[in-house]
Design a protein around this ligand. Sequence first.
Ligand code: HEC
Length: 142
Amino acid sequence: MKGVVKPLVVAALCAGFAGMALAQAKPARVDFGKREFDANCASCHGLSGKGQGPLVEMLTKSPPDLTLLAKNAGGVFPMARLYDVIDGANVPSHGSRDMPVWGREYKIQAGEYYVDVPYDPDAYVRARILALLEYINRLQAK
Ligand code: HEC
């Protein structure tokens, strides 16, 4: 019996280590939406999206609770409306909004990033806003 158990244990250990090596070789998944939100939105909206970011005291309007967007819209995440809110394209630049206009901001960033490489500024802006919306959708209260 002893002679059989030992090779089995060795084989199991080898399989275990091989599994660990494989798991480590897999690149860590980058959560673009979360990264973007934590970097650019959490200062006002808070990491949880509930509106308790450190900049809140400096705002004239308090940021809404972003985890209740779907609930407040009858259970459906209002994707198109929020896209426009974040993009800000239809917002007068001297309006009363405390919320920054991200479409313009991202377009400027794209220009700084690509410099003289051809790129599509609208696609760049769209990808970043959609990543954010996908993340905010995941923050929705059930
Ligand atoms: C300087 C503070 C500030 C930052 C930074 C900020 N927001 Fe806002 N946000 C606000 C305020 C204040 C409001 C309330 C609307 C207003 O401005 O009148 C708001 C409103 C919103 C709304 C509207 C919700 C609704 O129902 O209309 C969404 C969505 C939103 N923000 C998402 C974002 C995202 C995504 C980012 C990051 C890319 C971001 N915000 C960054 C302050 C901020």
